[in-house]
Structure formats: C-alpha cells, structure tokens
Design a binder for this molecule. Structure first.
Ligand SMILES: Nc1ncnc2c1ncn2[C@@H]1O[C@H](COP(=O)(O)OP(=O)(O)O)[C@@H](O)[C@H]1O
Ligand SMILES: [Mg+2]
Length: 248
C-alpha cells in the first residue's frame, strides 16, 4: 500500500504521536481564516485523514510555473500568512507533542519543511500548504531560511527545472523571497546562520534516525541526502557574505 493515499477529496497519511497536536494546529489555522492548509478530518492509531488541497504540489522537476518569479513571491506571501495565523495557536504544554524540539525565540508555530514540494500551486500561484508533520514552536526565520535554501536554491546538487543557474540569479531570488515575506531586519541578520543550522539539524536527524532503523531516514541516507546537506553547508559558508549582503 502507498504510504499516502487519496480518496476523492480526502488524503490518508501515517499518523505519529504529534498528529493530534498538528490537527489542533490545522483547526486553529482554519478558525483564523487560513484555508490554504488541509482541514483535519479524522485521526486513527495509524492513519490520519485530512482534506485534499486542490492544485499541484511543486515536486521536482519544477515546472516552468513553479520555477518562475510569481510562484516565488506567492509562496513567500503564503508563508507569511501561515505564520501570522499560527502565531495565535493556543499552546498547551501539557497536551502539545511536536515531532521537533522547540527553538528559541518562539514567535509562531513554524512549518518545519517549507519548500516548493510542500506548497500546492494553481498555475503560477501558491494556493496551498501541506505536510505539517515537522511543525513546531520557533522563530519565523527558521522557516524563511530553509525556504530560501529550497527556493533560491542554494544547493550544490542539481535542481531539475530550476531556472536560476547563476549565483546572481539565486541571490536575487533569495532577496525577493525575503521582500515578499516582509522579513524584519533582525531576522535578515541571522538568516545565513539559521540556514546552515537547519541543514546541520537535518543531517543529525537523518543520521540518528537511520542508526535507529527508521526506514524513511535509512533511505534518505542511502540516497546521499546527509552528504548533500553537508556539502551545501560548506558551500553556503563559502558564499555567506554574498548571501548576507543580498538579503540585508
Ligand atoms: N492534503 C493534501 N492535499 C493535496 N495533496 C496532498 C495532501 N497531502 C499530501 N498530498 C500529496 O502527497 C504528496 C506527499 O505528501 P506529503 O504530505 O508532502 O508527505 P511526504 O512529503 O512526507 O511524502 C504531496 O507532494 C502531495 O502531492
Ligand atoms: Mg512533503
């Protein structure tokens, strides 16, 4: 059986200890009028059910639409709207269980994996946000930094469909994302170090979970994801001044 299945307008996904908390977050988002996220429908021991968000996920290879500037700008605005809606989530330390450790300073509930592949597009416009398994309390820049890494993109790996092969183009896309989000100066000042910190955190998660026998992360390790993220940290550190200047 597929890990994630769809029947009509519903999506069934594996549930984890954090899923009840994520369902409370999704319900809160809808109460706040942020309807781009799935609606929570049902929760079982092994599966959760959420509503299908109409559109096309920005999977690799990127389509021309997803690689374009309008998708970049609307994705950044969508992240801003999500953060603003999630910021008033009524946290309950006795009940909330997140898959990731909280990060200071807590400004909102970050998505934890904001990337084109977790956005849903209607043509050139980002209209949906899915896959909240990695959501957790943290600073807005945590999502913005990892989004900039994915959208610019700042990777040494090949991104099929990417239309910004030159560093100058990637720097311009990074700046455009921050502008469209409306990122504050303090967050801009820590963006590069936050980007490398999030990559280091992913390497640690992949290696720890693979060592514990988690099949998803064993597969990530076998596909070289940890090595790629390590190489990307080195590349980002090499270009740190350029990136910091572009997003300043
Ligand atoms: N609520 C949803 N609405 C629309 N599509 C979804 C939804 N949930 C999952 N999908 C589809 O399934 C794919 C994988 O789901 P996702 O939740 O991102 O899990 P994972 O990244 O862990 O595989 C997505 O890229 C998307 O195409
Ligand atoms: Mg996903």
């Amino acid at each position: 059986m597929e890990r994630i299945t769809r029947t009509d307008d519903r999506v069934h996904r594996p549930a984890g200890p954090w899923t009840p908390t994520v369902h409370r977050l999704l319900a809160h988002l809808h109460e706040q009028g942020f309807v781009a996220a799935p609606e929570p429908i049902a929760l079982g021991d092994v599966l959760e059910t959420v509503s299908f968000v109409p559109g096309v996920a920005g999977d690799y290879p990127w389509t021309e639409d997803v690689a374009g500037e309008a998708a970049l700008v609307t994705s950044a605005r969508l992240l801003r709207q999500y953060h603003d809606a999630a910021a008033s989530y009524p946290r309950d330390p006795d009940a909330d269980v997140w898959s990731q450790a909280e990060r200071a300073p807590v400004e909102t509930i970050v998505h934890g994996d904001f990337a084109p592949y977790n956005c849903v597009y209607d043509g050139i416009a980002a209209v949906g946000l899915i896959d909240f398994d990695t959501a957790h309390p943290g600073p807005r820049v945590w999502d913005v930094a990892s989004a900039v890494y994915r959208f610019a993109p700042f990777t040494t790996g090949q991104v099929e469909g990417a239309t910004a092969p030159h560093l100058a183009d990637r720097l311009a896309r990074a700046a455009e994302f921050c502008r469209a989000y409306g990122l504050d100066d303090r967050s801009r000042g820590v963006l590069v170090q936050t980007m490398t910190a999030s990559l280091v955190a992913m390497v640690t998660t992949i290696e720890t979970e693979a060592a514990a026998g988690n099949p998803k992360f064993t597969s990530d390790l076998e596909h070289g994801h940890a090595d790629l993220y390590r190489a990307d940290v080195a590349w980002i550190e090499q270009h740190a001044d350029d990136i910091a200047a572009a997003v300043a």
